[in-house]
Design a protein around this ligand. Sequence first.
Ligand code: RIB
Length: 338
Amino acid sequence: MVSIADVARHAGVSPTTVSHALSGKRPVSAEAVARVKQAMKELGYVPSRSARNLARGRTQIIGLLIPDIANGFFAELARGVEEIAMDKEYNVLLAITGWDHEREMRCLEMIQSRAVDGIIYAAGAPPTESDLARVLGGIPVVLVDEDVPGVRVDSLVSDNHQGGQLAAMHLRDLGHAHAVVLTGPEGLESSNARVAGFLEVWEAAGLTATVEKGDFTEATGLAAVERHRTSFRDGAITAVFAANDLMALGALDALRDAGIGVPDEVSVIGFDDIGAARYARPRLTTVRQDVARLGRGAATALLERLTGLETGDPRRSVIPVELKVRETTAANRRTTGK
Ligand code: RIB
């Protein structure tokens, strides 16, 4: 196999000159570059990708941090990232943080120390600005799905506030008057915005809500129904807005087990539109996030920074959401008589 040393010998230059001629990182005379190219041609030398990357100080690997791989939302997000990365000949190194702050910091440190070129970060337990700067150093980062307050890097998030409003308008227009609202884990901007948007519309219409702390898993949806079973049964509460689909699906399951009809007695709305929402029975009404656009957009933004195509101020993109009315919501029979 032909090596850089062979090329150097053949061209009558040092191996360092060959490396510099290949990487273009240090000035080499035009004459030396021409001799190196001629020697490479005559010897049939093709630099390996890793040698090329080494010379350019790149790994062609980007890190992706997500909180939960079992949640279809993040699996679809990863697919969007991977599609763009693959297209541009980058590999993706995945870390799963489990909504846990300590674990998230460790994953950031580990992924950074593996010499990735940049990181796409879907925060599940956002660190402070200075914590993030400490673990990442100067490595390029794009935030996706979740803003980290104070961190000035490119970010892409859904219009979570609008999503909460759409859910509330839908339930309000169906005549519901008291809803259980299930939040996501504490400190998440996305969940806070969904709940705030919902309550804004709901309270403006003079309606009442019981806000329950959730954690974005089916279990908290299930537990909330258990806690309010009597109120659901006697019609004091007729609606559930869950800040993600998994909690909505947990609530659906518990309502079915309790023999409470959906949507005849209780309406349920989720948030995300994961695959399972479309295949649940009844099919879940939900606020759809364009997750493929989030994933692809985050990867594109990062690669634009890495290749120098984008050098301006950080950009924040807010992606519109859409209400998908399916089978878990219906008019409140008690108020509308329908
Ligand atoms: O289902 C997981 C949730 O976590 C999604 O709604 C996503 O937006 C993130 O906030």
